[in-house]
Design a binder for this molecule. Structure first.
Ligand code: SAM
Length: 280
């Protein structure tokens, strides 16, 4: 029996179901259920929410989310070996855990969830950034989610909360901070995971704002920011040359010096530039 429920400890679950970690699937498991419950608490009050979890693996965070009172958890897992272990959790919490086997990049979770929806995950490193960018860039706002509570490599977490002028400031910071509040809420050493990864990790909590901080079209802003930071050492007028005709005039109209570099431009500047570029 474990600390948070009457299911077996995760080490036993892994041994029983032969869940040796696979690097190709980004498998670094959390086995301490007190820690997974703590991560679940960072997601906020779960009692009235459905929770989307990507990559439940043997179910440590899933159990944390359910023991913290999530109304329902929808867990999407690519590794079929994990399904029997997850089925045991579903039996323990009847009607509260739905597991879908598949690639989170291909599955639309919204068919299975009722708002309000929170997302919580110890993300597989190989798809984590792509999923985050998708969740941050829907054409309309607010998005389907109320909050995202996500484990990343520490370096990625720092890029999400970075401020202008810092080395970590880039596309992720602009897209995350444009329409949400983002903060690092927990830091974890490699030893918190089995097997331990090479780097430290951190949990980032993002809360969706009701409206964007500054007006801009999501697709145009994404394009402008991607181009600006793709060649971050270049002056903006050179980095953005292919983005729109007369880019120097548009930069000036947005209040940005064409000789500045991307990392000097605050969020407000990028949104102003996206509006100028959108004029066609
Ligand atoms: N949540 C578990 C935990 O905290 O111990 C496992 C986290 S592990 C870092 C990432 C999990 O994501 C693995 O179980 C892996 O099989 C799964 N995964 C990898 N790629 C995936 C994908 N494209 N879609 C869904 N799950 C994926």
């Amino acid at each position: 029996m474990s600390a948070i429920d009457d299911l077996p400890p995760l080490r036993d679950v892994i041994a029983t179901h032969g869940l040796s970690a696979r690097k190709s699937l980004g498998q670094n498991f959390l086995l301490d259920l007190n820690l997974t419950a703590k991560i679940a608490r960072q997601a906020g009050d779960l009692s009235g929410s459905d929770v989307l979890e990507i990559g439940p693996g043997p179910g440590g965070l899933t159990r944390g989310l359910l023991s913290e009172g999530a109304r329902k958890v929808l867990a999407i897992e690519k590794d079929a070996r994990c399904l029997p272990a997850l089925a045991e959790i579903a039996d323990r919490y009847p009607g509260q855990l739905q597991v879908i086997e598949g690639d989170a990049l291909d599955i639309d979770p919204l068919e299975h969830l009722t708002p309000p929806i929170r997302v919580a995950a110890n993300l597989p490193y190989n798809v984590g950034t792509e999923l985050l960018v998708r969740w941050l860039t829907p054409p309309t706002w607010p998005p389907f989610w109320q909050s995202l509570t996500l484990m990343f490599q520490r370096e990625v977490a720092e890029r999400i909360v970075a401020q202008p002028g810092s080395k970590a400031y880039g596309r992720l910071a602009v897209l995350a901070q444009w329409r949400s509040d983002a903060r690092i809420v927990l830091s974890l050493p490699p030893e918190a995971f089995t097997p331990p990864p090479k780097v430290s990790s951190a949990v980032v909590h993002l809360t969706a704002l009701t409206a964007p901080r500054f007006d801009a079209d999501a697709a145009v802003l994404s394009r402008v920011v991607a181009a600006a930071f793709n060649q971050r050492r270049k002056m903006l007028r050179a980095a953005l040359k292919g983005t729109a005709p007369d880019i120097e005039d548009r930069l000036l109209a947005a209040g940005i010096k064409p000789t500045d570099r991307a990392e000097q431009v605050p969020l407000e500047g990028f949104c102003a530039l996206a509006r100028e570029v959108a004029k066609g």
